[in-house]
Design a protein around this ligand. Sequence first.
Ligand SMILES: *[C@@H]1O[C@H](CO)[C@@H](O)[C@H](O)[C@H]1NC(C)=O
Length: 437
Amino acid sequence: MARICSSVLLFLLISLFVSHVSSEIRITEIRSDAHPIIPLDQFGFTHTGRLELNVSRIDLSNKNPDIDLAKVGFFLSTLDAWMHVLQQLADSEVTCALESDLVKRVSDFKAAKGKSSFDVSVPVSDAEQYTLVFANCLSDAKVSMTVRSAMYNLEGRDGHRDYLSAGKTILPRVYFLLSLVYFSLAGIWIYVLYKKRLTVFRIHFFMLAVVVLKAFNLIFEAEDKSYIKRTGSAHGWDVLFYIFSFLKGIMLFTLIVLIGTGWSFVKPFLQDKEKKVLMIVIPLQVVANIAQVVVDETSPFGENRVTWKQVLLLVDVICCCAVLFPIVWSIKNLREAARTDGKAAVNLMKLTLFRQYYVVVICYIYFTRVVVYALETITSYKYFWTSVLAGELATLAFYVFTGYKFKPEAHNPYFAIDDEEEEAAAEQLKLEDEFEL
Ligand SMILES: *[C@@H]1O[C@H](CO)[C@@H](O)[C@H](O)[C@H]1NC(C)=O
């Protein structure tokens, strides 16, 4: 298990260095900054893209009238072009990134004619992912300013603005459709609970709550993204989304722990060490959600973003590993019980079920954490949504598997206890053996 956790950690570490495409109207405050290069934001343009820049409260620490203000300004660059620019700078072909012909120059302080604010709006017709960068090639000047940057693509015949980056613009629809799927699952689950009401346990209602929360979480994510798409900012929908993400995260991890311990099926209470797992996982989920909010809401190049991403990563790995322990304990207990007590058949079936569950939880964690990040890295920004969809489909498969395997049912080996059921389980095992042969 330690090996699984460390490889998840490694992959997530790699993912730290993969920047995500962000896509909103962004306000960046720069105060007495002497950095020669300040990346501001990133966006995937189509052929009808546009960049709007409003720079205000400009203050340059060097008041010498002879300095070359053309060496301070903004440009757009693709990642590829940037690598070449770095080479040009190393070879002294150019002395300032702004002078390179590989970047799209947007505006500089010379064009602003010494005013304390200026606005520019430039069309972008190359379908590429660009990073907006501020360059200050003066060696002895600190810059202060407020930058409002808006990047969008013009869509449709009426040319309305779409503030979501190419490759993300379809996301509201993806989230909405998925939320419909989860609402249908919740409906089916309610029907199952009603039909099998005599064999329903408390944990089945818990499962219902998890599915409903997931459905609401997705619908608010769809609404959040579609507001950003239309207006460039979330207008408070993100708050609802974060609240439901938070509730869903806690409930899902708790559910995995509860199923893993066999709570409410096998025994009505939790043992001390199992309670401890919950006491670790729940507060960590709180931290993970705070980190997620910070990471989402700050610019991709924000100062504290990497720290918060590291926090998120660490907490996530701990949670994922912690939820595996109760399942491992249960498997161990069952293996011993199968050897010692008379109900060998029931215990063996429970064991099989727990083993399957263990494997599926690991696959789920691996896929949603590792494979999805890997996909994000290797797919072009234009197909960003495919990695989101892949992660969501894996999650859906996990929910369906959990619901199917632990559904209320008279002969579920999970909570078979009396002799009659022991016989039924033995019968079923025999049947399964025959099938396998
Ligand atoms: C920003 O600049 C654009 C383009 O020049 C202008 O149309 C827009 O009104 C400005 N926005 C603000 C908030 O100043």
